[in-house]
Write a protein that binds this ligand. Structure first.
Ligand SMILES: *[C@@H]1O[C@H](CO)[C@@H](O)[C@H](O)[C@H]1NC(C)=O
Ligand SMILES: *[C@@H]1O[C@H](CO)[C@@H](O)[C@H](O)[C@H]1NC(C)=O
Ligand SMILES: *[C@@H]1O[C@H](CO)[C@@H](O)[C@H](O)[C@H]1NC(C)=O
Ligand SMILES: *[C@@H]1O[C@H](CO)[C@@H](O)[C@H](O)[C@H]1NC(C)=O
Ligand SMILES: *[C@@H]1O[C@H](CO)[C@@H](O)[C@H](O)[C@H]1NC(C)=O
Ligand SMILES: *[C@@H]1O[C@H](CO)[C@@H](O)[C@H](O)[C@H]1NC(C)=O
Length: 355
């Protein structure tokens, strides 16, 4: 993703295609005391993005309270271990969990969060991908590193997916080629201009809601700080019409990146890693933090990580009205994926090391 940073390109005003406007019905809710039912924990050190963490098993996460439901608020907490001392050459415990089922094209997922992880060396994301990467695509709804102040959103795909004609509110378009082979797999990124979309300002505003629409007409992300959450979301309505949400902050229309072609059903993922390919990149780290990512932060007693947690009220998933987009088969599955998987086998080893 990111060793190469492109200069910011301003979005040019031109005729955009309409964003998807569909009604969706709720098919799954992750909330309350049962929040962690239906997720698979990674249970391996971070061999995906080279972060300095061990993503623990579900039982270790629950017993060491790196993942638990707060009995007072009923909110799910997912956090980096901030109570252990890590010595040099060792990694710190953290969590990476993904939904046990996948959600196909024609889905919307809505995450209501009170707090997102931040701090020097911290790299959290709320995102999705398919079992075969990059063939099945990746949708990053929320991602930040270190002490940046704004959320970045983006896609990662096979070559051929680009972004043109966005109908979105953010003017901060960082990159438009979604291919994992371009720009060091930076993806096609849009930054949210709202500083309440990440970090301390997100928490101070009471958090907010991220909406991701994965439609045949394109992919869109909305972010609503707490004060502006639409009532259809805050009231837990069982249906939502995305055309009532206004302009998305980020939009990737199918006209230049067909979601049916570049994306397979997605596993939804929360993870928090430390340092690694993005947060730990020396130049990127120095943009917002002093010192050295691993030795000055990961190593030590963990007091650097008191803000490195997600607090989530709910994740709700919706399917286009009249359909059910839940896919229970978690294998790559289709002939297309299998064929491309063989062709891309060698590439995949390299590609999987990046988000
Ligand atoms: C952009 O999206 C908004 C909100 O959905 C819609 O009202 C508008 O017509 C769209 N604009 C274009 C040019 O498609
Ligand atoms: C990372 O570890 C997991 C769990 O052992 C394994 O399935 C996967 O193949 C590994 N990925 C890479 C890129 O080494
Ligand atoms: C994207 O652009 C914004 C606005 O200029 C900038 O703050 C941010 O660092 C850029 N992100 C990346 C990953 O280049
Ligand atoms: C939200 O609504 C769904 C049904 O539409 C219901 O099953 C669920 O319990 C509600 N969640 C909360 C937290 O009230
Ligand atoms: C944790 O380590 C930092 C840096 O060495 C130190 O300033 C702080 O007092 C320590 N905190 C505790 C609770 O030991
Ligand atoms: C770890 O961080 C959490 C969240 O801020 C906090 O409640 C807890 O007291 C911290 N633990 C330690 C040992 O400082």
């Amino acid at each position: 993703m990111l060793s190469t940073l492109l200069p910011l390109t301003f979005l040019l005003p031109f005729a955009a295609v309409p964003v998807a406007a569909d009604t969706y019905d709720m098919v799954q809710e992750y909330a309350g005391q049962n929040f962690f039912d239906g997720w698979t924990f990674f249970n391996h050190f971070d061999n995906l993005t080279n972060g300095d963490v061990v993503f623990v098993s579900a039982s270790d996460a629950l017993s060491s309270r790196l993942a638990f439901v707060d009995t007072t608020t009923n909110h799910a907490i997912m956090q980096v271990d901030n109570s252990s001392t890590v010595t040099f050459n060792n990694k710190r415990n953290s969590v990476r969990l993904q939904t046990s089922v996948r959600y196909g094209v024609g889905s919307v997922w809505i995450a209501d969060m009170l707090h997102v992880p931040y701090g020097c060396s911290v790299w959290p994301a709320w995102w999705s991908n398919a079992p075969t990467w990059p063939t099945g695509g990746e949708i990053d709804t929320f991602e930040g590193v270190n002490l940046v102040t704004n959320n970045q959103m983006g896609l990662h795909t096979l070559p051929g997916c680009t972004v043109t004609g966005q109908n979105q509110s953010s003017p901060l378009l960082n990159s438009t080629d979604c291919s994992n082979l371009d720009n060091n797999n930076q993806g096609c990124i849009t930054t949210d201009p709202n500083p309440a979309s990440y970090g301390a300002a997100f928490a101070a505003a009471g958090g907010g809601v991220f909406v991701t629409e994965y439609a045949s007409t394109g992919i869109s992300v909305w972010f609503f700080p707490r004060a502006n959450v639409p009532s259809v979301i805050s009231s837990n309505a069982s249906s939502i019409d995305t055309s009532t949400l206004g302009l998305p902050v980020g939009n990737w229309p199918s006209t230049s990146c067909a979601s049916n072609q570049f994306f397979d059903p997605q596993n939804l993922i929360f993870d928090i890693t430390l340092c690694g390919d993005f947060a730990g990149n020396t130049a990127i780290f120095a943009e917002t933090c002093p010192g050295v990512c691993y030795t000055d932060y990961v190593v030590g007693n963990g007091t650097n990580y008191n803000t490195a947690y997600f607090e989530v009220a709910s994740v709700r998933v919706f399917s286009k009205q009249g359909t059910n987009t839940i896919v229970k088969d978690n294998s790559a599955g289709t002939a297309r994926v299998a064929t491309l998987g063989i062709v891309l086998g060698a590439l995949g080893v390299v590609a999987l090391t990046m988000l």
